[in-house]
Design a protein around this ligand. Structure first.
Ligand code: IPE
Ligand code: IPE
Ligand code: MG
Ligand code: MG
Ligand code: MG
Length: 294
């Protein structure tokens, strides 16, 4: 299968798993479940769940065994976007090509839908993998760490604190990006390995590759914020400059930013090298993430 078909197939698998693993529409309170599904079903690139599936496949995990882990990480990611868009955070009106959750519903509903997606993720892991004690503990620890106050949430805090602050260095920015973005990308790959009961050294290697990929991913996100339109991105373009956010393009310039993203992608390839041809799908994903235009 060529890469485009493979990516398409992974994405379709994710869409199906999301539909199956979320409370059915109409489940009371309907407004809450509608808001959870509204943000999730809007789509998005499904990067993190696709990485879970691809990493699990690398170790020959049984079909569908990674579904609950893939759903869990996409739930956490989507919650982080709903909250990231709130007026008290980035105050955005557009996400995944639709009005943001708080625009479509209201702030309280968006806040609760985010809370509920976050909680749902950990419940899904517990019931999905409870019969495999080492796997469930590994997954809970991985996602709990990546989504927590020293990673994703901590990075979001530091990102807000760095807004409008003069003199943010590239090194400080790298640390923010590691937390707010790369931690979840690293966790996605590691979770795929954990589901497949890969050796701890191999899970470490996946996590390492994911950190490089995640750092590259956020740099590209910052570049696209400048070069693309809101229509193309499905979210408000030009937002970072408008709030004077520290980004790689604003600190080191556009060309150097592209070079850093390319170097990081090469580091990810390097980390995946010991897996040989089995890492073909992951390598192709890394390449696509670097060259993406949305
Ligand atoms: C957006 O993530 C937030 C960042 C970490 C840059 P994505 O670009 O993966 O968003 P979706 O899931 O495709 O909407
Ligand atoms: C957000 O970064 C990263 C998250 C953890 C949600 P951004 O604020 O740059 O993400 P976008 O550009 O709104 O998607
Ligand atoms: Mg933000
Ligand atoms: Mg934002
Ligand atoms: Mg952005």
């Amino acid at each position: 299968m060529d890469f485009t078909a493979q990516l398409q197939s992974y994405r379709q698998h994710v869409e199906q798993a999301l539909r199956e693993h979320l409370p059915k529409p109409g489940t009371p309170p309907a407004r809450l479940h509608e808001a959870m599904r509204y943000s999730l079903e809007a789509g998005g690139k499904r990067l993190r769940p696709v990485l879970v599936l691809a990493a699990a496949d690398l170790f020959g995990a049984p079909p569908r065994s990674a579904d609950a882990a893939a759903v869990a990480i996409e739930c956490v990611h989507t919650y982080s976007l709903i909250h990231d868009d709130l007026p008290c955070m980035d105050n955005d009106d557009l996400r995944r090509g639709r009005p943001t959750a708080h625009r479509q519903f209201d702030e309280a509903t968006a806040l609760l839908a985010g809370d509920a997606l976050l909680t749902h993720a950990f419940w899904k892991l517990a019931v999905g993998y409870g019969h495999q004690s080492a796997v469930v503990v590994g997954l809970l620890a991985e996602l709990g760490w990546a989504a927590g106050s020293q990673q994703l949430i901590g990075g979001q805090m530091e990102d807000l604190l760095a807004e409008k602050k003069a003199g943010v260095t590239a090194e400080q920015l790298r640390s923010i990006h590691l937390k707010k973005t790369a931690a979840m990308v690293a966790a996605a790959l590691a979770m795929g390995g954990i589901v497949a009961q890969a050796k701890p050294a191999d899970v470490d290697r996946l996590r390492q590759a994911g950190e490089h990929l995640g750092l590259a991913f956020q740099i590209i996100d910052d570049i696209l914020d400048i070069t693309q339109t809101s229509e193309q991105l499905g979210k408000t373009a030009g937002k970072d400059a408008a709030v004077q956010k520290a980004t790689y393009p604003s600190i080191v310039g556009m060309e150097k930013s592209k070079k850093i993203a390319t170097d990081l992608t090469n580091k990810a390839f390097e980390a995946l090298k010991p897996f040989g041809p089995r890492a073909q799908a992951l390598n192709a994903l890394a390449e696509y993430l670097l060259k993406r235009d949305k």
